[in-house]
Design a protein around this ligand. Sequence first.
Ligand SMILES: Cc1cc2nc3c(=O)[nH]c(=O)nc-3n(C[C@H](O)[C@H](O)[C@H](O)COP(=O)(O)OP(=O)(O)OC[C@H]3O[C@@H](n4cnc5c(N)ncnc54)[C@H](O)[C@@H]3O)c2cc1C
Length: 437
Amino acid sequence: MLLNRSERSFPRVIIIGGGFGGVEVARSLKEKEVEVLLIDRNNFHTFQPLMYQVATGTLAADAISFPIRKMFKSQQNFRFRMADVTEIDHVQKIVKTSVGDYDYDYLVIATGATSNFFGNNQVEKYALPMKSIHEALNIRSYVLQNLEEAVLRKNYHDRERFLNFVVVGGGPTGVELSGAIAEIQLHMLKKDYPELSKNEMKVYLVEGTGKILAALSEKSSQDAERYLRDLGVNVLLNAQVTGYDGNTITFSNGESIPTKTVIWGAGVMGQFPTGIRPEIIQRGNRIQTDGQCRVSGMENVYAIGDVAAMITEDTPRGLPGVAPAAQQQGAYVAKHILKQMDNQQTADFKYFDKGSMATIGRNKAVVDMGRFHMKGFLAWLTWMFVHLVSIFGFRNKLVTFVNWTIKFFTKNSGIRLIINKYKRPEVEKETEVEHHS
Ligand SMILES: Cc1cc2nc3c(=O)[nH]c(=O)nc-3n(C[C@H](O)[C@H](O)[C@H](O)COP(=O)(O)OP(=O)(O)OC[C@H]3O[C@@H](n4cnc5c(N)ncnc54)[C@H](O)[C@@H]3O)c2cc1C
């Protein structure tokens, strides 16, 4: 049982969210004179950068997920509750959750982001997002379900929309995902589905601006586009999605693609419980903080990672929504809390940009580190090393490495299983097509 405020010998730090930021706060408070209570709706941490490999069958879900309790098994001052946090009461210093209320002395909001459909309800209804492991598994099932449906259709006209795969958003998620789906077309389709022709399956990457990987250098953007085109991905630039009725996706230039599969990687927005004052909610639904990660007007409350907008003179648009930013803020906030307890001042947070990278297909990548740029196989080896080092747990590192090695030599994604069939909302006007066995 957890003790009440008056009964505790140490202050309690509640962390909402066991993602990159939240986990780093908890770790950095190991052996300190505080009680750490981490609350997450899942009992595991997800390594989101490799989620696209779960969606395309290279890795199993448990290779990139790690049980939170196991992660902290040797940390004496750590407690965990699996719960949805619904409300923050910063006056009473309480968080309300699906399993009860908990009082805090310090609160860290590290609830991350969710998909942003920019108010297009129709697209939201039918497109598949990829912001959680459940959603990645939905994509895996649905891609395979559509291939199964395609073999039942007699002529290409009827099969076409089951064989067109559209990924929206030319950031790292869209680039990596479309490259991996193209690999399925190149190396798996003919072997597993002899009824289908390789040329019938088409992969599209749709980007609203004039280039993909806009946050990376010009060189990386161009190299990535070339690699994708070499893999057979149709890269559509300056194409804004206007609608998707479950059968056809339409664009602002009047063009359209018949498709059953639209995967949405075009935008994210912060997610957090109620109790945050509306006037401090910034663009992208993020909580504004000062240069020390503190939420203004809420005593002893911090926000870090994707949910936070640290808007300062140096960072007028906030920090990038990447794992290193969340982790660095997590370590910083832990130190800040300890100094606060000792009535000491802390200098403002400084983000150290370690660089950016994206992988394309089975063995190519682009990497930017400052002014240094790398591409191709060497960049892919760097990408692989960085990700292997970053995944939590020895078992997960080993399983991932073995899977990648097998895939490198066999060109095969091993996990082609539809375990839970994905049930998409009913399409309003479904055209009947003739089946053959
Ligand atoms: C597909 C994909 C690929 C990416 N690739 C890269 C990459 O290659 N490199 C990179 O640096 N970054 C990448 N990112 C971004 C990176 O994953 C995020 O920046 C990072 O996860 C942010 O960490 P966080 O701690 O803020 O939030 P998250 O890691 O998202 O964690 C938030 C946690 O809060 C929990 N939560 C949310 N709301 C509640 C609630 N109300 N109650 C209880 N629990 C709650 C969630 O369950 C989750 O565990 C990628 C993201 C995605 C989606």
